[in-house]
Design a binder for this molecule. Structure first.
Ligand SMILES: NC(=O)c1ccc[n+]([C@@H]2O[C@H](COP(=O)([O-])OP(=O)(O)OC[C@H]3O[C@@H](n4cnc5c(N)ncnc54)[C@H](O)[C@@H]3O)[C@@H](O)[C@H]2O)c1
Length: 246
């Protein structure tokens, strides 16, 4: 039921962090993976000695999204699963909502919201051609917690949570399931750079009293991609050790 043998998986933002952990998790579960990222060298490194490939992708550019899916069809033979993980997260400037500049706002929405939409648009014909599949959107537990000082990011992730519900309804008849995986603070390089005290940041508020390592998040992605989740769509699966209950 949880078997991903033979599944063809496109993962965006797969040059490092959670994207790389997803790529390795899917690959270890038997899937072939196309790792796509602005950082092609990082994406190639992710796929060293693993079945699949790597491609340069800028999710802000619709043509680049279309090329990415065409490459997945060439390299993997089709697409069964799309993981929309690319985002502006590393290097994000935190500021009170009334000090966020228009530029900061637009940059985050262009990647996190429009980029996610564009990849869904590009991948849908391939998912339909495969007879169905799964889209997994990487959202964030910040949408439920309302974390202060990064409203541009929280709003972008809130949009993704909402887009999941619309697409689940629009694509359900094609047997394409769309779900959001919403991680809490996870110890990627980006988090370790972003927070002074990443490991303990808010950890006391978690039922499990700690923040996540990437490996804590991956299983939920594998589940949402697998036949075990065959009747799960339009949902937000929060994986944060029990900080928020959505
Ligand atoms: N780490 C956390 O604590 C945490 C918590 C909740 C949600 N998330 C989400 O998980 C995902 C991965 O987070 P991470 O910690 O690995 O961060 P990260 O910054 O390491 O990963 C983001 C990846 O997206 C890529 N990217 C950025 N802009 C792009 C573009 N225009 N086109 C293609 N690729 C682009 C980057 O090169 C990078 O490899 C993100 O969606 C993030 O918002 C992370």
């Amino acid at each position: 039921m949880f078997d991903l043998q033979g599944k063809r998986v496109v993962i965006t933002g797969a040059a490092g962090g959670l994207g790389r952990a997803f790529a390795h998790g899917f690959s270890d579960a038997g899937a072939s993976v196309l790792a796509a990222d602005l950082d092609l060298a990082g994406a190639k490194e992710t796929m060293t000695n693993r079945p699949g490939g790597a491609i340069a992708l800028d999710v802000r550019d619709m043509e680049s999204c279309t090329r990415c899916i065409a490459a997945a069809i060439d390299t993997l033979g089709g697409v069964d699963v799309l993981v929309n993980n690319a985002a502006i997260y590393a290097g994000l400037t935190r500021a009170p909502f009334d000090e966020i500049t228009s530029d900061m706002w637009d940059q985050v929405q262009a990647v996190n919201v429009k980029g996610t939409w564009q990849m869904c648009k590009a991948a849908t014909p391939a998912l339909r051609a495969a007879g169905g599949g799964a889209i997994i959107q990487i959202g964030s537990a910040t949408v439920s917690s309302g974390s202060p000082n990064w409203m541009h990011y929280v709003a972008s992730k809130g949009a993704i949570h909402a887009m999941t519900r619309v697409m689940a309804r629009e694509l359900g008849a094609d047997a394409i399931r769309v779900n959001t995986l919403a991680p809490g603070v996870t110890m990627t390089e980006a988090s370790l750079d972003h927070f002074d005290n990443a490991r303990s940041y808010g950890a006391a508020n978690a039922a499990l009293r700690r923040n996540a390592d990437p490996q804590d998040i991956i299983g939920a992605g594998l589940f949402l991609a697998s036949a075990a989740a065959a009747f799960v769509t339009g949902q937000t699966l929060t994986v944060d050790g029990g900080k928020v209950f959505s």
